[in-house]
Design a protein. Structure first.
Length: 255
């Protein structure tokens, strides 16, 4: 069932979303050659503490997971697409990093993700990240009253496919509100004019995921969480929490 949020609830979600925005900014600023993923997790954790917010990631255990998630960020490096568990791995020059982060504040959740390159970037990686951001922007632009979920999916998928990138099958965005994952699912590829109509008060986490090699194939790593590309090529992830309003899409996790 899709819950329509009141305008007051959307304002409260914005407050949670701004905690997410501050944490992602802090993590990107802290990331550098020699910095460990666990150190980045602590940076984000401190932002939560300072805000009096909780983590919807820490301890989260969906049906596919062998263990609860042990951190407040997902840190996915190079060929890791999403759900990377922070470890003692220290970032190297040229690493492509995707950070996914959520915050719970006052009973409402925000969720967002960014991708960036540490140190000296490769042009191909910059293009991949830029395309992920363009796909996200296209999805958000389609998130208007009167459109349907399929219009968001089609907008995202068109940007990704025209750039020659793969889209991991079965993973995409989702509704969000009191819980991190709510109805409806928001695919990253689909047919326009299909699916649930978009209404004022809906809140969605829109999140394109791109595979540089152009295939859609991936596998779960030994930790049971991290999804990696089958062809070993790099991946990028971008995400915002967005409210559907009569005045247009409102980005609640805007940085």
């Amino acid at each position: 069932m899709v819950e329509l949020k009141t305008d007051t609830s959307v304002d409260a979600m914005y407050e949670a979303g701004q905690v997410v925005a501050r944490a992602l900014t802090a993590v990107q600023e802290a990331a550098g050659v020699g910095v460990s993923l666990l150190e980045l997790d602590e940076v984000a954790h401190q932002v939560l503490r300072d805000a009096g917010a909780g983590s919807p990631f820490l301890g989260y255990r969906p049906s596919f997971a062998p263990v609860p998630f042990p951190a407040v960020i997902c840190a996915s490096v190079n060929d890791a697409i999403v759900h990377g568990i922070p470890t003692g791995y220290r970032l190297r020059d040229g690493d492509l990093v995707s950070i996914d982060f959520g915050a719970e504040l006052g009973g409402w959740v925000g969720d967002s993700a960014i991708s960036f390159v540490v140190g000296t970037p490769r042009p191909a990686d910059l293009h991949l990240v830029e395309t992920a951001e363009r796909a996200l922007a296209a999805g958000i632009e389609a998130a208007v009253v009167g459109n349907r979920i399929g219009d968001i999916a089609h907008a995202i998928g068109t940007v990704c496919r025209e750039a020659g990138y793969g889209i991991p099958d079965g993973f995409g965005g989702h509704g969000i509100g009191r819980r991190m994952h709510e109805d409806p699912p928001v695919p990253n590829e689909g047919r326009p004019g299909r699916g649930l109509p978009l209404r004022h008060g809906m809140a969605l986490a829109i999140e394109p995921m791109l595979i540089a090699g152009g295939t859609d194939e991936y596998h779960a790593a030994a930790d049971g969480w991290t999804l990696r590309t089958n062809d070993g090529t790099r991946a990028a992830h971008a995400e915002h929490t967005v409210a559907i309003t009569d005045a247009g899409p409102r980005i609640l996790t805007a940085r």
